[in-house]
Design a protein around this ligand. Structure first.
Ligand SMILES: Cc1cc2nc3c(=O)[nH]c(=O)nc-3n(C[C@H](O)[C@H](O)[C@H](O)COP(=O)(O)OP(=O)(O)OC[C@H]3O[C@@H](n4cnc5c(N)ncnc54)[C@H](O)[C@@H]3O)c2cc1C
Ligand code: FES
Length: 290
């Protein structure tokens, strides 16, 4: 452990090279939309696969030979059988290469890394999930974990916003969730198309449509940084305490384990201190991290 109390190499077996990825084989590829694919993967080494555990909100560093490495969050819940799911938006070199991969191909995996969502502290609370675009991926890991232990949580509200209908991810999950008693799902797009019959407007407009008790509610917000900022500001104004406003931050990362300082934001390292933070931990909206 470092002098400041952080575990910089969480998930890495002591004494091994922390930068050495383990090969993981792709079992399944699901096309979420034109730019987003979900990959179901499993570590090739059976012992490593068996020992591989993670929590919602954590991430892995994924690599493809000659195409670099990038942090990707778990989109699956820890109890998922047969490996784990990563949902990847085609953004650049690594993610572009991943989009060319098929079942049977392998990628390199380091991790899991990062501080997860405080699942224990969420028990007994009403949960308000607010997601934008691919930001639903890490929240899906939480939502599916919560649904697996439904009685431990209060109301579940999922508000999801995308730029266009073509940007929506996890359509099958959304359809299932909205049929579950005690789960409310709202979906909106910034700009509709000829086939879209749902709501049109920013995700914040959905906040006007739900009634919730701020003192009983923990909000989990993930999406583009500007959306996170606006939603947190709004929820704080609606009376949710900063300690109950949780989000995940994105920064460009190199090591992923608290060593290089590449991902710093104010006095925090997003890879080791986060990526999950409460608004209270960030020091409020004006802290400069959002
Ligand atoms: C904790 C965490 C979890 C994440 N989870 C996911 C996830 O689940 N799914 C997902 O799709 N993405 C996720 N991301 C984002 C993903 O890691 C980035 O999009 C990553 O940059 C993609 O790598 P790439 O090589 O494909 O693209 P890059 O080549 O890195 O390019 C991506 C974009 O970033 C720009 N860019 C590159 N380097 C820099 C730099 N140094 N400074 C500023 N801009 C730069 C490029 O111009 C381009 O627009 C996550 C990020 C973090 C930090
Ligand atoms: S990526 Fe190196 S310290 Fe966070």
């Amino acid at each position: 452990m470092r002098g400041d109390g952080r575990h910089p190499q969480a998930g890495v077996v002591r004494g091994t090279n922390p930068y050495l990825p383990l090969p993981a084989r792709i079992h399944k590829v699901v096309e979420e939309n034109a730019l987003v694919k979900s990959f179901v993967l499993e570590l090739e080494d059976p012992l490593a696969a068996q020992a591989f555990t993670y929590q919602p909100g954590q991430f892995v560093m994924v690599s493809v030979p000659h195409c670099g490495e990038a942090p990707i969050s778990f989109a699956s819940p820890p109890h998922q059988a047969n490996g784990f799911t990563l949902t990847v938006r085609k953004a650049g070199r690594l993610t572009g290469a991943m989009h060319g991969l098929r079942p049977g191909d392998t990628v390199g995996i380091r991790g899991p890394y990062g501080r997860p969502f405080p699942m224990h502290a969420l028990q007994g609370r009403d949960l308000l999930f607010v997601a934008g675009g691919i930001g639903l991926a890490p929240l899906r890991s939480v939502i599916l974990s919560v649904l697996a232990h439904r009685a431990d949580y209060g109301r579940i509200i999922v508000l999801y916003g995308c730029r266009t209908p073509g940007d929506i991810c996890f359509r099958a999950d959304l359809a299932v969730w909205q049929e579950i008693e005690g789960v409310e799902v709202g979906c909106t797009v910034d700009k509709g198309d000829a086939g879209w019959q749902g709501k049109v407007g920013l995700v914040t407009s959905l906040l006007d449509t739900v009634v919730f008790a701020p003192e009983r509610t923990t909000a989990l917000v993930c999406g583009p940084e500007i959306m996170i900022k606006v939603v947190l500001e709004r929820l704080e104004g609606m009376g949710v305490a900063p300690a109950d406003l949780l989000t995940t931050l994105e920064r460009h990362m190199k090591c992923g384990i608290g060593l290089c300082g590449h991902c710093h934001c104010s006095d925090k390292l997003v890879c080791a201190d986060g990526p999950v933070f409460s608004l209270a931990e960030l020091g409020g909206i004006a802290s400069g991290c959002l």
